[in-house]
Design a protein around this ligand. Structure first.
Ligand code: GLU
Length: 420
């Protein structure tokens, strides 16, 4: 029977285990088992052919204990409430692991955006924004890009919110185009953070980056940047994939050439790319390839029990949110394959979102060098904190990351107390 994967249930298992390990009583953390606020909206859109379609949209705010809620918005046909809830909670832990003053939120619309024209996409985005507007704001809840949303979508969100307010409010959303208050370095930030994570991990394991064999599942904004930056560090990216196909070259794929190819291909996909020594592979072949590092950078639930049993990578670095199921995680632990969890490995995006928001609030702009070096510092500090907890408590890296995060959130909750 296929493994049942309710991502929110998976999140709760980790939350309970980390709280118990830290010695907290249920009363001290029970409210974190529930999202603070959930909004479900039905979003009508006038389609280009004159018909009207209604899409389901969500915004879930998991916690605001440490600051305004923060998290992306995704457009995908499989979006549902449990997924958005889990993603919102993971944002709470992610912001706490890297110690930025935010809580966690997430939004999504159940839609296949590839089926919409640009005009339909804009109308969908603006109507959705207007329907969740009462709970948004630079001090309340700040969206950002996620799966299938980009800087242009953030620009529409910023404009819609600003139109209602009557003045420009760039700090209501991050990941915007530079022209409307976006930050240098934000588009590459998640992939860059993944690169820093691999570098730190390699240091701890005594590995040389030169020739390190890496497979990357997902060649979107996160996977492609991580692959490029790791290749620049001397690693050999032997396998990559996206929704269109998987590619394998034992001598290392020429990532710069793939990026050029992808930029010119109609749907920004890698299918059809060729070079000497390259062959196509399936998704399963990529996930079970004999490499040093496997970087899942696509969607949730990719490494299930079956894949985990056959996985040959020496370590897994989770660039996607929730790519490993609970069963898969158990098996990888039993097999002593370290997993750097999503809430640490992919936190680079929200860290630079935070820098963007600070710049917006100050009406100021920093240069890219400053942003990248501040990102590096935050990622290294977070990695250090998680690694120390992992060594000291003899727990997995995932448990260590949850423990670091949870401790910070629970302490903040305690100081604030329960209103009234
Ligand atoms: N969607 C990204 C994530 O899952 C970025 C969130 C943000 O920048 O707020 O971490």
């Amino acid at each position: 029977m296929a493994e049942k994967c309710n991502p929110y249930e998976n999140m709760l298992c980790n939350l309970d285990a980390a709280a118990q390990k830290l010695g907290y009583s249920l009363d001290e953390y029970i409210s974190l088992r529930y999202p603070e606020r959930e909004l479900i909206v039905s979003v009508p859109v006038k389609m280009d052919d004159g018909s009207v379609k209604v899409f389901k949209g969500y915004r879930v705010q998991h916690s605001s204990s440490r600051g305004p809620c923060k998290g992306g918005i995704r457009y995908h046909q499989d979006v549902d409430l449990d997924e958005v809830r889990a993603l919102a909670a993971w944002m709470t832990w992610k912001c706490a692991v890297v110690n930025i003053p935010y809580g966690g939120a997430k939004g999504g619309i159940q839609v296949d955006p590839t089926q919409l024209s640009l005009g339909e996409l804009e109308r969908l985005t603006r109507r959705y924004t207007s329907m969740i507007l009462p709970i948004l704001g630079p001090e309340k809840d700040i969206p950002a890009p996620d799966v299938n949303t980009n800087a242009q979508v953030m620009g529409w969100i910023m404009d819609t919110y600003s139109m209602f307010k009557g003045y420009a409010v760039p700090g209501v959303v991050t990941g915007k185009p530079l022209e409307v208050g976006g930050s240098l370095g934000r588009p590459e930030a998640t992939g860059r953070g993944v690169m820093f994570t691999v570098v730190e991990l390699a240091k701890r394991l005594g590995w040389d980056l030169k020739g390190l064999k890496i497979a990357v599942q997902g060649f979107g904004n996160v996977g492609s940047v991580a692959a490029k930056l790791l290749k620049d560090k001397g690693c050999k990216i032997v396998a990559i994939s996206d929704v269109s196909c998987g590619l394998y070259n034992p001598d290392g794929i020429d990532i710069d050439r793939v990026l050029e190819y992808k930029a010119d291909s109609p749907n920004c996909l890698i299918k059809g790319y060729t070079e000497e020594g390259i062959s196509t592979i399936t998704n399963k072949q990529l996930l079970t390839m004999d490499v040093d590092v496997l970087i899942p950078s696509a969607l949730e639930n990719q490494i299930d029990a079956e894949i985990a049993r056959e996985l040959k990578a020496k370590v897994v670095v989770e660039a996607a949110n929730g790519p490993t199921t609970t069963e898969g995680d158990k098996i990888l632990n039993e097999r002593n394959i370290p997993v750097v969890p999503d809430i640490l490995a992919n936190a680079g995006g929200v860290v630079v979102s935070y820098f963007e928001w600070v710049q917006n609030n100050q009406m100021f702009m920093w240069d890219e060098e400053k942003i990248n070096s501040m990102l590096e510092r935050v990622m290294i500090e977070a990695f250090d904190g998680v690694w120390s907890m992992h060594q000291r408590e003899k727990v997995t890296l995932r448990m260590a990351a949850y423990m670091v995060a949870l401790d910070r959130v629970i302490k903040a909750k305690k100081i604030r107390g329960i209103f009234p």
